[in-house]
Ligand binder design. Structure first.
Ligand code: MIG
Length: 820
């Protein structure tokens, strides 16, 4: 097939000559001299040169740059006329990483750029590029030479890359696409879109993450096509043996990211695009939202209900109605006469207040934000210099150009008033950007693009990202020492550096609950770790059962927020009668118990780039049967859950990866590597803990830091192997951790049929506020003979559930438990 393409190309060239020859006969009509617009393919490689870790190959007119980014990452760029665009990316702030070793080889057939782990092969005859591991196994290969087509309307080129899709290759990633985890056989577009009540398979949605993972014979690699224009991906949909990606503009620029572990691919993708900063601990609690809670009495009533009913909650959201005529950075004083006082009183009761901010600024000469933006020329302009105007909630609006650093700085400062009023977090909505009636901005709108200039074609997909970046950076400055919380609807690759995301306007149906489970797993594997769905569904009405099942899934969503549209019935955890109120409470309490574990998983993400949610395929990528598994997933590496996704479901089959697992609800040992039938009455959700885990648990609190913890609970699950667990602790809401003011505790658990030992190693400079641990030994397969803590004999007390309790100093180094 690749040959055919070369033929095609030859014909095109011949055709070009014919046109020219014909032109000789038609000198009066120069239009006939113009070459036809055709797809151009790279020809045979004519030569190369090297500049440090960049290698340039040319076919005589077009150039390809191969850049060794790190031992495992190689970047490829194409310049159709030999001239590369300026090297600027919103996703990758710094493409120069440490490279240990690289070298170059040439033989008759090919050039090879080699690192310690990857070899990039460039075939001389056809310019096909491929990537191999050290053993020469091909991970990823061009099917056709890179190609392009001139874009006469806008300039530049449509750029294309076509890869070989291997017979059994599966594909993952690509952000929030609402479809099955394996996207083989499907085609996608990336163009951020406001998609109220979206459906299964609908495309595109709110975010553009042009990054995918290929998994073939158990080995994985990633491709990150860093291009902000409208991009397309085809995963063996049009042709079974081809995977293509292309764009309507910009450069054909992609990163090949080596595995072979999927986890490492994601981790390395994060070395390019950054991780999510460590969120404040309260942001990992339960959040209650609705469009909208107003006036103030309603908000107070909501808060009171949470506390009286003893349902934990850390954040209350104010949707657009808190503003004066939907003008950003203002308050509706009739609904909220004294916001500062209200927010203070909520804070005293343990609630953080998060407010929504949209990009549209009302055209209104009496509105200071509009006046400032107008005076300083901060609003977007059309191709012919008219202002970009469109209708959104406030009425006729203009829109800041967030791709301008000066505008971002200004925007960040606008939060001063809200921060002074006590606001703890900001929710950016409508930033695809959404415009009533016409969807989004027209293509001719111009953007600064941080000095690199571009039309909306180029800036559309990063508009929301730059808005939330401005929001995050502004809040960070205003808060000084405290960590901000931000959430955005639109995003491009790299947005995780500035915000969490939610999946937008979903629907209160069982299908959407399932979709949410797919979307959050997909977002996690696509570098957007801090993500959640509107629990309960945004539009439509969930019944009690659906709501409770969604809360259960919410406990294991990185971001846990209930939200609903204004035209639906009120929807709080107590809205479905007492039985369900108790069930919802039980599971929200579970979230709070697990907080120290959840926080540690976020730390592993922030510091090392590990995803929070891990689909089974990622945990056991070598087992092909796992490719089909979409319902069970791991939260961190110690907890596996399988949310119940059907009404009236009495039980479900749950697959547990190879190894031993414990049913969380009854400390029952289950053998992994197979499926288990698990009962799923409404008060249970399948949840399993890996054998050998040290699971930290907080006592139930109504909000983060409500109580001082006197003794931290650690549940230790018996194992026959050696297993490491990590616990991360710090202030919870400052940046002191950047100065080593944190603790990273490693617990090494080793077991045999008649014994168990736990060793603790502590690093860091923070001091916990408690002095002891309550160590609970779960599921011991033997009767305790003796327990030694750092060489001192201590006693173990059995509790009602069959666990044994040992009280130890938080500074213990080892615990040895021996059977009778
Ligand atoms: O046009 O602010 O997705 O969460 O409640 C609707 C009102 C605008 C869409 C968001 C939704 C939010 C709603 N917004």
């Amino acid at each position: 097939m690749a040959k055919d393409l070369t033929k095609q190309q030859e014909t095109d060239e011949n055709h070009g000559t014919q046109v020219l020859e014909e032109g000789v006969h038609h000198v009066n009509n120069p239009v006939l001299d113009l070459p036809e617009i055709v797809k151009n393919y790279l020809g045979p490689v004519a030569g190369y040169h090297q500049e440090n870790n960049n290698y340039y190959f040319s076919d005589g007119s077009a150039s390809v740059e191969i850049k060794v980014v790190s031992d495992e990452i190689i970047r490829v760029r194409l310049a159709p006329k030999g001239l590369f665009l300026e090297d600027f990316s919103y996703a990758v702030p710094q493409s120069d990483q440490h490279v240990a070793v690289y070298n170059f080889e040439e033989d008759q057939l090919a050039y090879r750029v080699k690192t310690n782990t990857v070899t990039c092969v460039i075939n001389k005859a056809d310019f096909l590029v491929s990537f191999e591991d050290r053993e020469g196994k091909a991970y990823n290969k061009d099917y056709a030479p890179m190609h392009w087509e001139e874009n006469p309307d806008f300039g530049g080129y449509y750029v294309y890359c076509t890869k070989l899709a291997m017979a059994s290759e599966a594909f993952y990633g690509l952000g929030d696409k609402p479809t099955h985890l394996n996207i083989r056989g499907r085609r996608f577009v990336n163009w951020n879109s406001d998609t109220y009540s979206f459906q299964f398979h609908q495309d595109p949605l709110y975010r553009s993450i042009p990054f995918y993972i290929g998994l073939h014979e158990g080995d994985a690699y990633g491709i990150f096509f860093d291009n902000t224009f409208k991009t397309y991906f085809d995963f063996a949909a049009e042709a079974q043996d081809q995977t293509s990606f292309w764009s309507e503009g910009g450069e054909l620029q992609y990163y090949y990211i080596h595995g072979p572990h999927m986890m490492d691919v994601v981790k390395r993708y994060h070395t390019l695009t950054g991780t999510h900063y460590l969120p404040p601990l309260w942001a990992l609690g339960f959040h209650q939202c609705r469009w909208s809670y107003y006036p103030e009495s309603k908000v107070r009533d909501l808060a009171k209900n949470f506390r009286e009913r003893k349902i934990p909650c850390d954040a209350i959201y104010l949707d657009i109605d808190y503003m004066d005529g939907y003008r950003c950075f203002t308050w509706n004083k009739r609904y909220f006469p004294d916001p500062k006082k209200m927010i203070k009183e909520l804070a005293d009761d343990g609630f953080h207040t998060v407010v929504i901010i949209d990009p549209g600024i009302k055209v209104d000469e009496n509105y200071w934000v509009f006046r400032e933006g107008k005076k300083n020329r901060y609003f977007c302009r059309r191709g012919d210099d008219y202002f970009m105007e469109g209708y959104v909630w406030p009425g006729r609006c203009q829109f800041p150009d967030f791709t301008n650093a000066e505008v971002r700085e200004w925007w960040g400062g606008l939060f001063k008033g809200l921060v002074e009023a006590g606001v703890a977090g900001v929710w950016n909505d409508m930033n695809e950007p959404a415009v009533f009636g016409r969807g989004t901005f027209p293509n001719d709108v111009r953007h600064n693009f941080d000095g690199f200039r571009g039309s909306h074609r180029k800036a559309h997909n990063v508009y929301g990202m730059q808005m939330v970046r401005a929001t995050y950076e502004g809040l960070k400055k205003l808060f000084q020492k405290k960590r901000p919380f931000t959430i955005t609807r639109a995003a491009y690759a790299g947005t995780q550096r500035y915000a969490s995301v939610w999946t937008g306007d979903n629907v209160a149906t069982w299908e959407h609950l399932r979709l949410g489970a797919l979307q959050l797993q997909r977002l996690s594997t696509s570098g957007m770790p801090f993500c959640g769905t509107d629990i309960g569904g945004f539009s439509g009405e969930p019944d009690a059962e659906l709501f409770t099942r969604w809360i259960q899934f919410g406990v294991f969503s990185p971001f846990m927020r209930a939200h609903s549209a204004g035209d639906t019935a009120e929807r709080e955890p107590w809205s479905f009668g007492e039985t369900h109120e108790a069930l919802n409470r039980k599971f929200i309490e579970l979230r709070y118990k697990l907080l120290p574990y959840i926080y540690s998983v976020f730390w592993e993400h922030a510091k090392y780039g590990f995803p929070i949610l891990r689909p089974i395929t990622m945990v056991e990528q070598r087992l092909e049967g796992n490719i089909q598994r979409e319902e069970e997933f791991c939260f961190g590496d110690k907890v596996l859950v399988s949310p119940v996704l059907n009404p009236g479901q009495p039980n479900k089959m749950v697959y547990l990866p190879v190894g031993e697992w414990y049913d969380y609800w009854e400390d029952r040992l289950l053998e992994g590597g197979k499926e288990h039938k698990v009962d799923t009455p409404i008060d249970k959700m399948p949840m399993f803990i890996k054998a050998g885990t040290v699971l930290p648990e907080y006592p139930v609190m109504q909000y983060v830091n409500e109580k001082k913890i006197d003794s931290l609970k650690l549940v230790v699950y018996h194992t026959l192997r050696e297993v490491n667990s990590y616990l991360y602790e710090d202030h919870g809401d400052t940046f002191a951790y950047e100065q080593q003011i944190y603790l990273e505790k490693k617990f090494v658990v080793k077991g045999a049929p008649d014994r168990l030992s736990i060793h603790q190693h502590v690093e860091g400079l923070y001091s916990e506020k408690y002095d002891t641990y309550d160590v609970y030994l779960a599921a011991l397969p033997f009767k305790i003979g003796q327990v030694k803590v750092d060489d001192t004999l201590v006693s173990a007390e059995p509790d009602a559930t069959g666990r044994y309790l040992i009280k130890v100093s938080k500074d213990f180094r080892s615990i040895q438990i021996v059977g009778q």
